[in-house]
Write a protein that binds this ligand. Structure first.
Ligand code: S3P
Length: 429
């Protein structure tokens, strides 16, 4: 994809459904009794991997024009898959599904693409083994392929060393199959979509502070799930509208769950003009229409408990910081190193190619804003990471000259129509 600077962004956009919530709706719908109807489901490569895995275990999942219909078979209704479960690029599919598979009465193997094969799975293997799970990394490197021989599980209390919703959700889903209450404490609160949706489906889940508890063996009932717009996808338009002069856009139906809205808090603290026009909620998930205008921004320090609430937005926040006045420090974000790519190295390397003043630190980045001086176009190596491709598309919109995004089609992982949607907001790219 070759991109030249854009004129102002104008108009309205409704971003596709939330990726985390779409995965969970298919998973809980499959384990529920009765039918689950999911509207605004994200039909991206990652979520389609989750659908494919559950179909392989005998779940009937139908796609109609405007919804996904999952005909659940109850907690104990999955069948042994007829081959390897392929999670593709999706860490969420792998980690959440592992929790479910640990409690089944059959053996299964989970695998994925080259990127997934490098991502750490010990973080789920440790608590699952404490629960009694039989889980093995076939190459003995704590990565997929994983073979899981389903067995009886025990309730535990797990003190998670990382604030990870994937670890938390894996343990909670395994907890559905345990012989007692399962509890998990995390160092900072990570996204709580699993807790909210499990409650809606009828599970007994309760939490306070950073601890969550689930009772085993509930009867889950099929639900109507309306998936909010993905704030992680909205982030690119929000950033572009803040940075490209003379912009004003309305983002409709954007999820603003407080465990995900860190980008809004950070941008507002930097001086961003983001107006919340209308707030509503569905299934315990808050949504809003957001009006965003070009803004003069100032650098800040971002670290601590806010990090899990904006972890996937840090690449585009780094792009924003490059255009702010003064210094931005991103810290406590070492998790960025084990995402679809090492996002600290990949962001730093590519931002430098565009002329930014940025340095990598072990747990983040230090960025000196260009204060009016524009970045220049460059060739961007995305490392096949969707969020890197979209972040540098935003950088390109403000840069002088041409930017070339290699392998830009990796956006299909979370946002297949990203470029079409972006082009609809400006005719000057
Ligand atoms: C996700 C949790 C986060 C996030 C990922 C989606 C989820 O990962 O980065 O994109 O759906 O639970 P971690 O749990 O590894 O922090």
């Amino acid at each position: 994809m070759k991109i030249h600077a854009a004129g102002g962004l104008h108009g309205e956009i409704a971003v596709p459904g939330d990726k985390s919530i779409s995965h969970r709706a298919v998973m809980l719908g499959s384990l529920a009794e009765g039918t689950t109807e999911i509207t605004h489901f994200l039909e991206s490569a990652d979520c389609l991997s989750t659908i494919a895995c559950f179909r392989r275990m005998g779940i009937d999942i139908e796609k109609t024009k405007d919804k996904i219909i999952v005909r659940g078979k109850g907690l104990h209704g999955l069948h042994r898959p007829d081959g390897i479960l392929n999670a593709g690029n999706s860490g969420t599919t792998t980690r959440l599904l592992s929790g479910i598979l640990a409690g089944q009465s059959f053996e299964s193997t989970l695998d994925g693409d080259e990127s997934l094969r490098t991502r750490p799975m010990k973080r789920i293997m440790t608590p699952l083994r404490q629960m009694g799970a039989d889980i093995e990394s076939l190459r003995d490197n704590n990565c997929v392929p994983l073979t899981i021989r389903g067995t009886k599980l025990h309730g535990i209390h797990y003190d998670s060393p990382v604030a990870s919703a994937q670890v938390k959700s894996c343990v909670l889903l395994a907890g559905l199959y345990a012989d007692g209450v399962t509890e998990l404490t995390e160092p900072s609160l990570s996204r709580n979509h699993s807790e909210l949706m499990l409650s809606c489906f009828g599970a007994e889940v309760a939490g306070s502070n950073n601890t969550v508890r689930i009772h085993p063996d509930p009867t889950l009932h099929g639900c109507q799930v309306q998936v909010p717009g993905d704030i992680s996808s909205a982030a690119y338009f929000l950033a572009a509208a803040l940075l490209v002069p003379n912009s004003e856009i309305l983002i409709r139906g954007c999820g603003i769950n407080p465990t995900r809205d860190g980008i809004l808090r950070v941008c507002r603290q930097m001086g961003a003009d983001i107006e919340t026009i209308r707030e509503y909620s569905s299934g315990g998930e808050k949504m809003a229409d957001l009006l965003v205008r070009t803004s003069h921004l100032k650098g800040i320090t971002i670290g601590g408990d806010i990090i899990p609430t904006l972890i996937d937005e840090l690449p585009v926040i780094a792009v924003i910081a490059c255009h702010a006045e003064g210094m931005t420090v991103i810290k406590d974000a070492a998790e960025l190193r084990v995402k679809e790519s090492d996002r600290i190295e990949v962001m730093t390397e590519n931002l430098k190619r565009m002329g930014a003043d940025v340095a990598a630190i072990p747990d983040g980045m230090i960025i000196r804003g260009s204060e009016g001086r524009r970045l220049h176009g460059a060739r961007i190596d995305t490392c096949l990471d969707h969020r890197i491709a979209m972040s540098f598309t935003v950088a390109a919109l403000c840069a002088e000259g041409e930017t070339e995004i290699e392998n830009a089609d990796c956006v299909r992982i979370s946002y297949p129509s990203f470029y079409e949607d972006l082009f609809s907001l400006t005719d000057r790219i």
